[in-house]
Design a protein around this ligand. Structure first.
Ligand SMILES: [Zn+2]
Length: 327
C-alpha cells in the first residue's frame, strides 16, 4: 500500500510538471551538433553543422588527420583519429569525433585490424588474470594476438655461465631468463658467429624474458609521454608495445647489443639456428613495429627457414600456412 502511494505521488508530480516543462522547452531553442561521431575514409569531404545557434569557428585538433575550412567543410587526410570542435555564437563548444580509416590498407593487412591496437592498449593490469600460461616456439604475439594472462610462462630458466657460451654476455647478470629450449640453439648461434667473424653479443638490460609488470611500466611510460602512442601502429610503427602484446613475455625473444656487422650476421644466419629477425621496417604494416635490428625470436628451425627464405614475417607465415602446427 505504501509503495502504491509513493507511485501515485511520483507520477502525480510528473503529470503536474509536464505542461511547465513543455512550455519552457518551446521557448528556448536548444543548440546541438548534427554529428557527434564521424567514421570515414581518407579523402572524404563533409560538413558537420550546428543547429539552434550560429557557428563562429571551426577547429580540428590534429590537422595531420583532417582539416576544416572557415565554412566548416572537413577534409580527411590520413588514417587516424581527431576531433572537430565548433564554437557556437552562444559561446559553447560542440565536439565531433572523427575516425579516419584506410580501408584500402585494411584489405592488405590480412590478419591485422587497425582498431584492435586501441583495445589492446586499453586493457588494464587489473583486468588480466594473474595466471601462468603456456608458450611454444613460433607462437604469435602481437597487437591482435595477445597474452591474456599476467603471470609467468612455464619453462623459463636463468642464464648462467654454466649453461651458455662465454661469447655471450648479459647485462642483467642475475635475473636474465629465457625459455629452456632456447639456450642450446642460442649458444650454437653465438659460437658460430664468433667463429666466422669474431662477433660477440650481449643481451641488453631487460632484453630477455620480461614480466607483465615490467612491460606494463614500459608501456605506461610511453603513454605518459604521448597518449596517442600506438593508436595506429600499422601506419606509424612503434618500438614499445603493451604488456599483453609483448613477445618478451614468452621467453623466446632476445634484444641484443652488437656491432652493425654482428647484427648483419644474425639477420643472415640466425634462421639456421631457429631464430628470426622479428621486425623489419618493410613489415610494419603486419607487425605494427618499426625496424628493430636487435630483436630476434626463437621460432624453431622450420618456421625460421620458411620466414627467412621466403622473406616473410611471422604474421605472413601464419596467414600463408594457416596454423597447421601452431594454432
Ligand atoms: Zn625486443
Amino acid at each position: 500500500m505504501r509503495v502504491f502511494k509513493r507511485f501515485v505521488f511520483f507520477w502525480g508530480i510528473c503529470i503536474l510538471l509536464l505542461p511547465v516543462v513543455n512550455v519552457s522547452a518551446g521557448k528556448t531553442k536548444k543548440a546541438y551538433i548534427t554529428s557527434t561521431i564521424k567514421n570515414c575514409e581518407i579523402g572524404d569531404k563533409f560538413y558537420v553543422k550546428l543547429k539552434g545557434t550560429k557557428a563562429v569557428s571551426y577547429e580540428i585538433k590534429d590537422e595531420t588527420v583532417a582539416t576544416v575550412n572557415e565554412k566548416g567543410k572537413v577534409k580527411t587526410k590520413r588514417a587516424g583519429k581527431t576531433k572537430l570542435v565548433i564554437t557556437g555564437e552562444n559561446g559553447k563548444k560542440y565536439t565531433c569525433k572523427i575516425n579516419v580509416y584506410d580501408t584500402k590498407r585494411a584489405e592488405d593487412q590480412i590478419t591485422v585490424e587497425t582498431e584492435s591496437s586501441k583495445v589492446t592498449a586499453n586493457i588494464k593490469d587489473t583486468e588480466v588474470p594473474r595466471e601462468s600460461y603456456k608458450v611454444k616456439p613460433g607462437m604469435l604475439v602481437n597487437f591482435t594476438h595477445i597474452i591474456k594472462k599476467s603471470g609467468n610462462p612455464e619453462g623459463l630458466v636463468y642464464l648462467s655461465k654454466s649453461n651458455i657460451t662465454d661469447k655471450l654476455t648479459w647485462r642483467d647478470t642475475d635475473t636474465c631468463k629465457l625459455q629452456k629450449e632456447v639456450i642450446k640453439p642460442l649458444s650454437e648461434m653465438i659460437d658460430a658467429a664468433y667463429k666466422e667473424g669474431k662477433f660477440k653479443y650481449s643481451i641488453i638490460s631487460g632484453g630477455g624474458y620480461r614480466a607483465f609488470e615490467t612491460q606494463y611500466r614500459y608501456w605506461q611510460r610511453r603513454m605518459g609521454m604521448n597518449p596517442a602512442y600506438g593508436d595506429d601502429p600499422y601506419h606509424n610503427g612503434v618500438i614499445c608495445v603493451p604488456a599483453v602484446s609483448s613477445e618478451h613475455r614468452t621467453g623466446y625473444a632476445i634484444d641484443f647489443d652488437a656491432t652493425d656487422a654482428g647484427f648483419a650476421w644474425l639477420e643472415k644466419n640466425s634462421y639456421k639456428y631457429g631464430f628470426i629477425k622479428r621486425y623489419y621496417g618493410t613489415k610494419t604494416i603486419f607487425t605494427g613495429v618499426m625496424d628493430e635490428p636487435y630483436h630476434f625470436t626463437y621460432v624453431g628451425k622450420s618456421v625460421a627457414a620458411t620466414c627467412y627464405l621466403e622473406g616473410i614475417c611471422l604474421e605472413e607465415y601464419y596467414e600463408k600456412y594457416v596454423n597447421v602446427e601452431y594454432n
